[in-house]
Write a protein that binds this ligand. Structure first.
Ligand SMILES: Cc1cc2nc3c(=O)[nH]c(=O)nc-3n(C[C@H](O)[C@H](O)[C@H](O)COP(=O)(O)OP(=O)(O)OC[C@H]3O[C@@H](n4cnc5c(N)ncnc54)[C@H](O)[C@@H]3O)c2cc1C
Length: 445
């Protein structure tokens, strides 16, 4: 409950989306296209969240047999033009597309503008305005002081669940046992390496350098690194984005985040120094950009009407309130920051079979407490393992499209989002290009 006080109202909308990452952009565009007046708030100067600002430039749309994510994701791919490239192995691989991060910012800006979304950057949602069991909007910190932004429906797409948790919704954090979240990574782009083609000589040379890195690391004289990725990048003389520099910490502790990002920047140059000296293919290499901060995979998970868990993921469970499909495995980066990831293990029981996908249910985005507040993206209701799958950008955009559309339809019908006729929502989503198969009928009992 916010104590009574007077703050100026900066803006007012039907649907207020807080957070302009992939989930928030998708939610905002889709709500606006269905007739809602929409505002999107973002604390950073540019949109895209982890996708653009942390340099996470890969989209996954296929269950390894066929593409099963279309809708808003496909539109972003199509509108991305030359900024987006399709993987030669499409559709037999999960990772179907990669994109230029700066270019995608421009594409996202256009998509929002063309959808009629009013966008505010450089301001942070700091408090929820709660009246009884409803939200009225948020208080934001701006250059000119604290102001209110109001919405009839609020969608929390902050990645951290800032708005929902401030509104009093319960949440979970970290893995069972020690409460630590998935490891983080500082992404960076390296150019000027000479591609080797990965021949035998290049692989052997890379192995020697890799062993030096391991030895120095074990003596505490070299930073941690993702071993499997390093083997690939070094053997091939890779130019492009490197997912190599791990860290661990608390995504809600600003001082720790500052330290982790600073350390990671130094670590990236420690890699480069060694590679330039020891690997001829890297003699002329340079770092052309890094994520603007350390990339965060997991934070608060706001409890909802349903919770996505490992079982639902790996058994490819189908849901009556499906808003789209997901297929990513239980992909956990070691929370202690060693760079080890369960993705590399390909353990049975962590992966779905090729051609299988699970349903992303609307219920992981809705809650029974504040019915005009929804959550989309990596802060939805999931266990630590469930989140390790549904955190993918394509999956976050599926949630955004489902919830954005649902919000506009609910306002139109004068009902809460949880009361929406799910079959009608699914039919609208299908018309908008969403792939949605096998949704069981809701039980009437
Ligand atoms: C290193 C790394 C590698 C990854 N690899 C892949 C991959 O290969 N493929 C893939 O699909 N996914 C990958 N992921 C996961 C994926 O990038 C994220 O889970 C996904 O982008 C989350 O999207 P989101 O919109 O939910 O959150 P975010 O992208 O985090 O967006 C949240 C937005 O909200 C804003 N915000 C936060 N708090 C506030 C506030 N209080 N007020 C206003 N704005 C606020 C933030 O600035 C941000 O722009 C990876 C993640 C990392 C870190």
């Amino acid at each position: 409950m916010v104590p009574a006080r007077k703050v100026p109202v900066l803006a007012e909308a039907d649907v207020l989306v807080c957070g302009g990452g992939t989930a928030g952009i998708s939610a905002a565009c889709c709500a606006a296209r269905h007739g809602a007046k929409v505002i999107l708030l973002e604390r950073w100067p540019s949109l895209g969240g982890m996708a653009t600002n942390a340099l996470v430039n890969i989209w996954h749309t296929s269950d390894r047999v066929k593409q099963v994510i279309f809708g808003f994701v496909q539109e972003a791919i199509d509108r991305g033009g030359s900024f987006v490239r399709r993987n030669a192995k499409y559709p037999t691989t999960y990772e179907t597309h990669d994109f230029d991060c700066e270019g995608m910012k421009v594409v996202f800006d256009r998509m929002l503008r063309d959808s009629g979304v009013r966008v505010f950057c450089d301001l942070k949602a700091v408090e929820s305005i709660i009246e009884g069991n409803r939200t009225r909007g948020v208080l934001v910190d701006t250059k000119t002081g604290r102001k209110a932004v109001l919405g009839r429906i609020v969608i929390d797409a902050t990645g951290d669940g800032d708005v929902a948790v401030n509104a009093g919704l319960p949440y979970d954090f970290g893995r069972p046992g020690d409460g630590r979240v998935q490891g983080m990574t500082m992404m960076f782009e390296l150019r000027g390496a000479v591609p080797t083609g990965g021949d035998k000589a290049a692989r052997e040379q890379a192995q020697r350098v890799l062993q030096t890195m391991r030895d120095l690391r074990d003596q505490g004289r070299f930073p941690q690194f993702n071993d499997r990725h390093a083997q690939h990048y070094l053997a091939n003389g890779t130019n492009g984005l490197y997912n190599l520099c791990p860290a661990s910490g608390d995504p809600l502790n600003e001082e720790e985040l500052a330290r982790l990002s600073a350390d990671a920047r130094a670590h990236v140059y420690a890699y480069l120094d060694l590679w330039r000296k020891e690997l001829p293919a890297f003699a002329g290499a340079e770092i052309v950009q890094m994520g603007h901060g350390i990339g965060i995979r997991e934070s608060r998970r706001v409890r909802g009407m349903k919770t996505l868990d490992a079982q639902m993921v790996i058994t490819a469970a189908k849901q009556p309130d499906a808003i789209g499909h997901g297929f990513w495995m239980i992909d956990i980066h070691d929370p202690t920051g060693t760079g080890y990831t369960t993705h590399s293990d390909q353990k049975p029981g962590m992966w779905l079979k090729p051609g299988e996908s699970y349903h992303i249910p609307l219920g992981i985005c809705l809650n029974g407490q504040i019915r005009n507040l929804a959550v989309v993206g990596r802060c939805v209701s999931a266990t630590h393992e469930g989140m390790a799958s549904c955190r993918l950008q394509s999956h976050c955009m599926v949630m955004g499209q489902g919830v954005g559309t649902c919000a506009a339809m609910a306002l139109d019908a004068g009902v809460d989002m949880a009361q929406i006729d799910v079959a009608r929502l699914q039919s609208v989503l299908r018309k908008d290009g969403v792939y949605l198969e096998d949704a069981p009928k809701p039980s009437t009992g």
